[in-house]
Design a protein around this ligand. Sequence first.
Ligand code: ATP
Length: 324
Amino acid sequence: MVAGRTAGLHGIGPRAVRVKAPGKINVSLRVGPLREDGYHSVASVYLAVSLYEEVTARVTEDAGVTVTVNGQGSLNLPLDQIPLDASNLAARAATLLADLSETSTGVHLDITKRVPVAGGMGGGSADAAATLLACDALWNSGFSRDELAKIAVDLGADVPFALVGGTAVGLGVGDQLTPAISKTPLHWVLVTSAFGLSTPDVYRTLDDLRTAGGNEPLEPPEMDPKILGAMRAGDARGLADLLHNDLQLAALELAPELKDVLQTGVDAGALAGIVSGSGPTVAFLADGADHAVEIEALIASTGLQTAVVHGPAHGARIVTDFVA
Ligand code: ATP
């Protein structure tokens, strides 16, 4: 699967590189018409949050890409739903980078998952972004961040943002990123679900609902500029009124129980709640760090699985590399 010379195997480069990359919430996600390429145009305001995936890429004697996955953190993740073959998004990222690199080696990817699986928080995308950065360092490929972000588009619309992190507006399919300023952290309580939702299914359901209602959009969507103002000011109360997700309607159609989850968070005192991306994770906005802890305790007491996070969080970053 991976071609090329074995530069790092007996050379002086690192034999292993560990990279962290964040999950995300879409603070606003407006979905436009279905494009000819089968994707929807979107206007997305991404916020990277403090729930990080970790990928350790290690040089192997044998050619090819192998993957293992382990879970960490407070969330009980269904790791058995993650493919360990070439279809794993991290494996695809390593294969793609190997093809583009002058030298490459066999590589083992050990993924530590903390982001909900099929949860609408871009966990697989974070794994792919982390892998690109790790393999670039492992093989001395020498791609710049911008070049890696361009390569990342081929792996998925959310992968470039996991590289960049912070806060950004995403146009096109979400991949045309413009970083935005937001210095004051925003605090959130996540409620995860025991089941996942398939992103293509959620988009298809939205299309069906729009067709049935005769309200299909004709133009690519635009973003409400007030959102960026509220995020820049760290104005959680102002932002609460502006949270928006066109996919929420479709996620609620596929998983009606999420309506109760949204109500539980509002009853617990959250400023607002929103389905994250294609769901089913629900994100509740709190009025500060202490408030987030209070809300979380109330929501968790109803038996739901919760996590407190904040954002903006940094994008993909090398944590350690070792020659060993
Ligand atoms: P999206 O970025 O489409 O919003 P998501 O956050 O809802 O995705 P992910 O956890 O990224 O969901 O993964 C969606 C599906 O992709 C999983 O159900 C799984 O079958 C497959 N998959 C492939 N590689 C990975 C990976 N490294 N981690 C998680 N899922 C993966």
